[in-house]
Design a protein around this ligand. Structure first.
Ligand SMILES: *[C@@H]1O[C@H](CO)[C@@H](O)[C@H](O)[C@H]1NC(C)=O
Ligand SMILES: *[C@@H]1O[C@H](CO)[C@@H](O)[C@H](O)[C@H]1NC(C)=O
Ligand SMILES: *[C@@H]1O[C@H](CO)[C@@H](O)[C@H](O)[C@H]1NC(C)=O
Length: 333
C-alpha cells in the first residue's frame, strides 16, 4: 500500500513538475541519452549517414534524436508550404505511364509504416516523366504517414494545415538501383498525396483488406493481386507543388525531387481508424493502446504537447516540418 502511494505521489509530482522526476531517472538509467554522432566530415560537409540503428517515432528514438544528415542537412523534408510564398512554375504536366497496369504487389508492416512493394517486378512497371523531372522515374514502392487523431498525420503541411494521412509514391531514376539513387542529387522522385476525411471510400478500398491483414505485428506481409496504382491518384494531377528535399526518414538523404499534389484525396473515418490501429514497432509496442497513449501524454511536458500532440506517443509516424533554408517552392497548375 505504501508503494502504491509512492507511485501515485510520483505520478502527481511528475505531472506538476513537467517531467523532471522521470526524466532524471530515465537519464540516470541511460534511456534518454542522445547519440553522439559526427555529422560533418573534416571539411565541414554534411555527409554522414550515421543515425540511430533503432530509429523510430518515440521519445527516445524519434525525429529529435535522428543524427547524420537528418540533423545537419539544409534541404530536409517535409516542409510547410506557404502558398503566398510559392513561385509560379510552368513545366508540362507529369505523365503517368502504366499507372493503370495491373501489378501483383506485397504489403509489409515494417514497424515504421505499411509499405507496398513489388512494382519492380511488374511486367508493365508504372513510371512518371515530364513535369520538369528531367528523366524517367520508375515506381518502386509506396507507403503512408499518419497520426493519432484526424487533425494530425501528414508530413507536409499547407499554410500550417495538417492532413490526416499522407501517401508517398517513391520513384527511382530509371536505370539506377535504390542504393545508387540515394547517393545522387536527383536520384528519387516522390509524389506526395494528402488524404482528408470524406465520404469517398474508393481511393483506399482495395488496400484496406491487406492493411488489416498486416496490422497486428511487425514484419507481417500480405499480397494484393492486379492492383492498379492509378486509383490512389487525385483526379486533378496537373496542380502540384515542387521543391528539392530529402527522405523524411533516416538516413534523410537529400536526393528527392518532391511533388506534392494540390488536390486532396478522400479517406473515410472507418478506413482511417483501421490505419491507426496498425501495430507499429518500437519499445512500447507491447503496451500499445489506451494505456501507452496515456503514458505518452503524461511523459510529455504540456508545452511540447500543445505544439505537437503526436511527439513520442507510439503509433504515429510523421516527421515534423523542417526549415526551408532559402529553397524555392514552385506551384504548377
Ligand atoms: C576534404 O577536402 C580535401 C581537399 O579539398 C579533399 O582532398 C578531401 O577528400 C575532402 N574530404 C572529404 C571527406 O570529402
Ligand atoms: C523484422 O525483420 C527485421 C529484418 O529481417 C528484423 O531485424 C526484426 O527483428 C524483425 N522484427 C520482428 C518483430 O520480428
Ligand atoms: C498476378 O496474380 C494473379 C492471381 O494470383 C495471377 O493470375 C497472375 O498471373 C499474376 N500476374 C503476374 C504478372 O504475375
Amino acid at each position: 500500500m505504501r508503494y502504491f502511494k509512492i507511485i501515485i505521489l510520483a505520478f502527481f509530482v511528475e505531472r506538476a513538475s513537467s517531467l523532471w522526476f522521470f526524466e532524471n531517472i530515465a537519464n540516470s538509467l541511460g534511456f534518454r541519452q542522445k547519440p553522439q554522432i559526427e555529422e560533418k566530415d573534416e571539411n565541414g560537409t554534411c555527409t554522414s549517414e550515421d543515425t540511430l540503428e533503432e530509429w523510430g517515432y518515440e521519445l527516445n528514438n524519434g525525429p529529435d534524436h535522428w543524427g547524420g544528415i537528418c540533423k545537419c542537412g539544409k534541404k530536409q523534408s517535409p516542409i510547410n508550404i506557404v502558398t503566398t510564398l510559392t513561385q509560379p512554375g510552368n513545366v508540362d504536366p507529369i505523365t503517368f505511364s502504366n499507372y493503370d497496369a495491373q501489378c501483383n504487389i506485397t504489403v509489409l508492416n515494417n514497424g515504421d509504416t505499411v509499405t507496398f512493394v513489388g512494382f519492380d517486378d511488374c511486367p508493365n512497371q508504372p513510371y512518371i516523366s515530364n513535369g520538369g523531372l528531367g528523366s524517367r522515374y520508375d515506381l518502386h514502392a509506396f507507403h503512408f504517414h499518419w497520426g493519432h487523431t484526424d487533425l494530425d498525420g501528414s508530413e507536409h503541411t499547407l499554410d500550417g494545415r495538417k492532413y490526416s494521412l499522407e501517401l508517398h509514391l517513391l520513384h527511382i531514376k530509371h536505370g539506377l538501383t535504390f542504393e545508387e539513387a540515394i547517393h545522387q542529387p536527383d536520384g528519387l522522385a516522390v509524389i506526395a498525396i494528402w488524404f482528408s476525411l470524406w465520404f469517398d471510400s474508393a481511393p483506399m478500398s482495395t488496400l484496406m483488406p491487406a492493411i488489416e491483414l498486416v496490422s497486428t505485428a511487425e514484419n507481417q506481409t500480405a499480397t494484393i493481386s492486379n492492383f492498379q496504382v492509378s486509383q490512389l491518384l487525385p483526379q486533378d494531377r496537373n496542380q502540384f507543388y515542387r521543391y528539392e528535399g530529402s527522405l523524411t526518414t533516416p538516413t534523410c538523404n537529400e536526393v528527392v525531387i518532391w511533388t506534392v499534389m494540390k488536390q486532396v484525396q478522400s479517406i473515410t473515418f472507418s478506413q482511417m481508424n483501421i490505419i491507426r490501429r496498425i501495430h507499429l514497432g518500437g519499445e512500447n509496442n507491447e503496451n500499445r493502446g489506451l494505456f501507452s497513449r496515456m503514458l505518452g501524454l503524461i511523459r510529455q511536458p504540456a508545452l511540447i504537447r500543445s505544439i505537437n500532440p503526436d511527439i513520442g506517443i507510439p503509433g504515429a509516424n510523421h516527421r515534423p516540418v523542417q526549415p526551408l533554408n532559402g529553397r524555392t517552392v514552385f506551384f504548377h497548375g
